[in-house]
Design a protein around this ligand. Structure first.
Ligand code: ADP
Length: 588
């Protein structure tokens, strides 16, 4: 049933009831008031008749007198003797009086004999009509009581008419009420439908202010309250959505893996990093973490946090092939009453590797320094404790000098690397003639080259004449490469230095005919202290830092360095460096 029909029926019932009750009350009151009026009027007339009869003395024809009096008062007049015999009655035909009952025991007569005046309403045995009787005592004469009777049928007729009129009024009133009710309920229904439409709009997420004015009454108040609540809610929803978007952005952008589980251990949030680290499906939300998180260390962290404790972060290897290390740390969620736990996976691979490199470096430095130091101390002790002859002493001092030189080179190389690490090396970049650069390096190493009967052949293509860089640092690069080539070349061999153009770069390759470098070691020779043949560490010539410095210096120039083996034997180290920008280039 619609709101409109319900309102209509309610108002209809209420107005019908109101009209029916008021009609019933009015007619009841009217009947009562009319009867009281009639009773008062009858009493006065009966008293008057009694007074008249009392002065008249004996009556000649009481029945005729009663008829006359009845005609005058418009009532039925009955004369009753003291013994109750009716001696005159205006409604009883002549000669029929003998058949009339004794009236002494009539209610009104009995009351009159007690109080002088008595009234009763009942159906007349003589006329059969509902009649009001009023009897009065006559003080003197043959008539003891005079009784006036007035049929009430006309009153009922009048009341019936009143009722009919009232019902007619009721019908008209109802018709009007019907129309009014219908119009009112239609108006109310339209407004309620308006509010329903408004509520639907809010539910669909449109929280803008309604264009309709809902008025100042209660319905308007409801609409306004609804609007304010909806807008308030809308604002809060927008806040929540914004916060969620921020949180999503943070979680998506995090390199750390993050997992949130509820207190039953079901996954609520997993960020992409966590899914990749743990190999989780794309959308594991809602599944128990024990079902999808296969790693026991991670699961143990979450289980401990779910019991309310703060487990000590542990280092875990999630995938043994990738050799990556993670620190998993879980904490219980205490921000809300829901409980749960948050786990963060932090990739510490680089940290651990850096740590390992640092430790290896310190160990290497210590080792590299101790070797010559031990030798120096041994020879110094030999010279001081048991001084040898001058020739042997000279030989010892030469060895000491060589080890000292090696230590000095080592310290110099370490300082160079430290400056490069700290980015303290400033690049004084300028166009450099490759030929000039290589010639100066070769002539610097001339003694070593000649001593071993080597031959250095330099070839430059047309486009590889000039490179961009710091001449002193590039000199250092090529000196290191040539030193190695000389060191590893067999006596009398040829060393090739070839420079070719490659796009905007120049590739300078230094090749020798030495033993070459095992393929598995090719990338490692640029690491600090890395040597292919560890036994050569005893050779005071090399520090194991030369190629590491080369790599750093080349990269400082924005270039690259790599190594390979020549097909017919020997190593080849290639340095790629930029060419100067052409004149007029804005980047120049
Ligand atoms: P070192 O001072 O020992 O030469 P480097 O850093 O220059 O140190 O070289 C590292 C290692 O690379 C060397 O110990 C050597 O094993 C290898 N290596 C470098 N250049 C050559 C080459 N031309 N031929 C063979 N091995 C080489």
């Amino acid at each position: 049933m619609t709101f409109r029909t319900r309102t209509f029926i309610a108002i209809l019932i209420a107005s019908t009831l109101a009209l029916a009750v008021s009609t019933a009350l009015t007619t009841t009151w009217l009947r009562k008031a009319t009867l009281a009026d009639i009773e008062a009027s009858l009493s006065r007339q009966a008293a008057l008749a009694a007074e008249l009869l009392s002065d008249r003395g004996a009556l000649v024809d009481p029945d005729a007198e009663a008829t006359v009096l009845g005609g005058l008062t418009g009532t039925r007049v009955t004369f009753i003797r003291a013994d109750g015999v009716v001696i005159g009655d205006s409604s009883v035909p002549d000669g029929a009086l003998a058949g009339v009952d004794n009236h002494l025991m009539r209610e009104e007569v009995q009351e009159a004999s007690r109080s002088g005046l008595g009234t009763a309403v009942r159906q007349s045995r003589t006329t059969g009509e509902e009649t009001m009787y009023t009897a009065a005592v006559v003080q003197r004469g043959a008539v003891a009581f005079v009784r006036l009777g007035l049929p009430l049928t006309w009153i009922e007729g009048r009341l019936a008419m009143t009722r009919r009129l009232a019902w007619a009024g009721l019908a008209v009133g109802l018709a009007a009420a019907l129309l009014l009710t219908w119009a009112t309920s239609a108006w109310l229904s339209r407004r309620v439908r308006g509010i329903a439409a408004l509520a639907t709009r809010y539910r669909e997420g449109d929280f803008s202010r309604p264009t309709i004015d809902f008025g100042r009454d209660e319905i308007g108040a409801v609409a306004r309250a609804l609007g304010e609540t909806a807008r308030d809610l809308g604002a809060r929803l927008a806040d929540v959505a914004r916060e969620r978007a921020h949180m999503d952005a943070v979680l998506q952008g995090m390199v750390e893996g993050a997992i949130l589980v509820d207190r039953t251990g079901r996954l609520l949030i997993t960020n992409p990093a966590a899914r990749t680290m743990l190999g989780l499906p794309d959308d594991p939300g809602g599944r128990p973490f024990l079902e999808v998180v296969r790693h026991p260390g991670v699961a143990a962290q979450l289980t401990a946090a779910l019991t309310g404790s703060r487990p000590v972060p542990t280092e875990v290897r999630l995938d043994h092939e990738s050799r990556r290390s993670y620190v998993a740390s879980a904490v219980p969620v205490e921000a809300n009453r829901e409980g749960g736990a948050v786990l963060v996976l932090h990739d510490v691979t680089e940290l651990r590797q850096a740590d390992q490199v640092r430790r290896d470096f310190v160990a290497n430095v210590s080792h590299e320094l101790r070797t010559p130091l031990t030798a120096i101390r041994g020879y110094v002790e030999a010279l001081t404790d048991d001084p040898p002859g001058p020739d042997q002493a000279r030989a010892f001092l030469k060895i000491i000098a060589r080890h000292t030189a090696r230590m000095e080179r080592l310290v110099t190389d370490l300082l160079t690397l430290a400056r490069l690490d700290a980015r303290q090396e400033v690049l004084k970049s300028e166009p450099c003639q490759v030929n000039t650069l290589l010639e100066s390096v070769t002539s610097e190493m001339d003694a070593a080259i000649t001593a071993r009967g080597l031959r250095v052949v330099t070839r430059l293509t047309q486009g590889a004449q000039v490179i961009q860089g710091d001449p002193a640092k590039l000199h250092n690069v090529f000196r290191n490469l040539l030193e190695n080539a000389i060191k590893y070349s067999p006596e009398g061999a040829e060393i090739d230095i070839a420079a070719v153009e490659s796009g905007n770069e120049v590739e300078v390759a230094v090749s020798d005919r030495g033993p070459g470098i095992p393929d598995t070691e090719l990338s490692r020779i640029f690491e600090r202290f890395y040597r292919v043949d560890r036994s050569r560490t005893l050779d005071p010539g090399g520090t194991g830092l030369g190629l590491a410095i080369v790599k750093h210096l080349v990269e400082l120039h924005g270039g690259r360095v790599s190594a390979r083996n020549r097909p017919d034997g020997g190593a080849c180290v290639i340095v790629t460096l930029p060419v100067p920008n052409p004149p007029g280039d804005p980047d120049a």
